[in-house]
Design a protein around this ligand. Structure first.
Ligand SMILES: [Zn+2]
Length: 155
């Protein structure tokens, strides 16, 4: 056990399984959010950073990179805010997660209607069915094109 000689990037990560699982889930969420919110002009998430006593604006890719680095190295990377961010283009993590939760609960409750609207909107933009499918898959929306949403237990 060479605790004092541990090297970044080695397989020995100081994160426990729960933390890794949470980080991994965050990473998945960030990818979904980038797909869902990016087209709406939302470029990333703003975090208040107590160390710097200021808000940090993290674009999706930067945020994903930070999470990967945390997963790989178990260390929070250096603070690297976006360059001259426009606050209007960033949302809070709570908002982003709420947005995603909304999608996921729609998926469980009334997926058909929501997904149909998304599909119509994307087709409106000239997306091919294949593009729509891969988009929804990337966003973890369970896709059933051509089937009416039948909510189990609903009326
Ligand atoms: Zn900071």
């Amino acid at each position: 056990m060479d605790d004092e000689l541990e090297q970044p990037g080695e397989d020995e990560a100081p994160l426990d399984d729960d933390e890794r699982e949470m980080l991994h889930q965050d990473l998945v969420d960030v990818q979904s959010l980038k797909e869902l919110l990016g087209p709406k002009g939302i470029k990333g998430v703003v975090f208040y950073c107590p160390d710097c006593d200021e808000d940090h604006y993290l674009a999706w890719d930067l945020l994903a990179g930070n999470l990967r680095e945390l997963l790989d190295a178990g260390e929070s990377p250096v603070h690297e805010p976006a360059f001259e961010p426009d606050p209007d283009e960033y949302v809070s993590w709570d908002y982003a997660r709420g947005f995603l939760d909304g999608y996921e609960s729609f998926e469980q409750e009334d997926a058909g209607d929501t997904i149909n609207r998304i599909i119509l909107e994307l087709r409106d933009r000239g997306w091919t069915p294949e593009q729509v499918k891969s988009f929804l898959a990337a966003a973890h929306l369970d896709l059933r094109i051509g089937e009416e949403g039948s909510a189990p237990g609903g009326s």
